[in-house]
Write a new protein. Structure first.
Length: 207
């Protein structure tokens, strides 16, 4: 994590326009075909949410905007990405944990299972620290929601994806996902490119 001059990046104009906006967050909604993820999950006894989180990280890996984050009056740049996951703990409450992104699904799966299990048992948040820019996620598998618009506190500006229960059709499984992002971090075209990339990664995921 390092502070950068916004004018030395592609986000200089956006930074000047949106850094002081009272509500700088934008939310897109898109319905995805998750048939291959469902099939891969069942065939390999792997968690659906783990595979979806991996796809989210893989799609962001090569998009420069995901490595920038506005904090206060400054813009910061990161070298690595991680996924934040909400865990329902043993006593029925929730805690948060960061899972470092890895291109290797096996490595990501091992970290996902180890860290979420630790948080489940300890009921304590697990944070990776300032080396990683965090992509937030939240899953509500008990309801087939269309998406969610998260509150804006002015403190957490990280990109954030929310989904519910996937839907079963005659020929495919579909899942609406909402994607919230800070306008300083990326523009609408960047967000659309990311969502299109996410569908391609879902279509081509292999294990």
């Amino acid at each position: 994590m390092k502070e950068v001059n916004p004018n030395d990046t592609s986000r200089g104009k956006a930074f000047s326009m949106w850094k002081n906006a009272p509500q700088p967050m934008v939310t897109f909604f898109k319905t995805f075909d998750v048939s291959k993820i469902v099939k891969l999950s069942r065939r390999n006894d792997m968690k659906f949410n783990m595979l979806l989180c991996w796809c989210i990280g893989r799609s962001a890996r090569d998009i420069r905007e995901f490595y920038y984050l506005p904090i206060g009056d400054s813009l910061y740049e990161y070298d690595k990405l991680a996924l934040n996951v909400v865990v329902k703990t043993h006593d029925g409450s929730i805690s948060l944990c960061d899972i470092p992104y890895s291109d290797d699904i096996r490595e990501f799966n091992a970290d996902y299972l180890r860290i979420t299990n630790m948080v489940y048992k300890t009921n304590e948040n697990y944070e990776l620290g300032d080396d990683y820019n965090i992509i937030g996620t939240s899953s509500i598998p008990t309801c087939d929601i269309d998406g969610a618009v998260n509150m804006y506190s002015g403190k957490y500006n990280n990109p954030f994806l929310v989904w519910g229960k996937y839907r079963s059709g005659f020929f495919k499984k579909t899942l609406p996902i909402s994607f919230q992002f800070h306008h300083v971090q990326m523009d609408g075209g960047d967000a659309a490119n990311y969502l299109n990339t996410l569908q391609k990664v879902m279509n081509n995921i292999n294990y």
